[in-house]
Design a protein around this ligand. Structure first.
Ligand code: SF4
Ligand code: SF4
Length: 217
């Protein structure tokens, strides 16, 4: 899941200062879960924009605006409103914003209403935790399912640094050292031999941006 936070309203209004007629796009997946781009947030944004003298020409909440087919379907239902629109405000992550831009055949100005923070898992209480940094060379098989790239402040691949203190991270004393967590997990699973496997430096060519993956037909 992609985690977002809504930008300050003052920032959004400033970004819209040259535009009067605004179309709103939300997100029925991640941003709805984060409460940054679901139906309540899109309706609240409409009210705020109207209070600031804007005309909201229309709105849609595709299931996932980062998927071309979903945003195209919604745009097809809103052609009249989109033709009247000067700018589209997207209440979704940066992927959603750029997907809206890629699929907007009217060439409107596309603006973000959210800041994109990180990819995360959600616990049963609805809290979000970053667990993966998308490094393209997963080592979870060696590290007991705990990601050192993300959970270690230095992204170390071969055990803890010298600053670890009583199981806590030297960079943030409130956090457990990722490598202590990994050690305990491997001990529990009787896999401490994994510690002897030296991880070679990451091949950063694999994490060159922008990534793409062309699916075989
Ligand atoms: S090692 Fe960590 S950052 Fe890399 S793919 Fe696995 S979970 Fe993600
Ligand atoms: S104390 Fe542990 S988690 Fe913190 S930087 Fe060092 S190895 Fe990484």
């Amino acid at each position: 899941m992609i985690i977002t936070e809504q930008k300050a309203l003052t920032e959004i209004i400033e970004s819209l200062k040259e535009y009067q007629k605004i179309f709103l796009v939300g997100c029925g997946e991640c941003s709805a879960t984060c409460k940054t781009g679901g139906e309540p947030e899109v309706l609240a944004m409409k009210q705020e924009l109207e209070k600031h003298g804007k005309l909201v020409t229309g709105m849609c909440i595709p299931e996932a605006p980062c998927v071309a087919s979903k945003i195209k379907t919604e745009f097809a239902k809103n052609i009249k409103a989109l033709k009247e629109t000067e700018a589209i405000l997207v209440l979704a992550c940066g992927l959603g914003v750029q997907s809206v831009k890629d699929n907007d055949r009217f060439g409107k100005t596309i603006l973000p209403a959210c800041n994109t923070l990180f990819g995360a898992v959600m616990d049963a209480q609805g809290n979000f935790y970053e667990k993966c940094s998308f490094c393209a060379e997963c080592v979870l098989d060696i590290t007991g399912g705990i990601c050192p790239i993300t959970l270690c402040a230095k992204g170390l691949l071969n055990g803890p640094c010298g600053g670890m203190n009583k199981g806590k991270c030297e960079v943030d004393q409130d956090k457990d050292c990722a490598w202590v967590l990994i050690y305990k997990e491997l001990e529990k699973k009787r896999k401490l031999n994994n510690f002897k496997k030296i991880q070679t430096p990451k091949d950063f060519k694999k994490s060159n941006k922008p990534h793409k993956l062309i699916m075989a037909k």
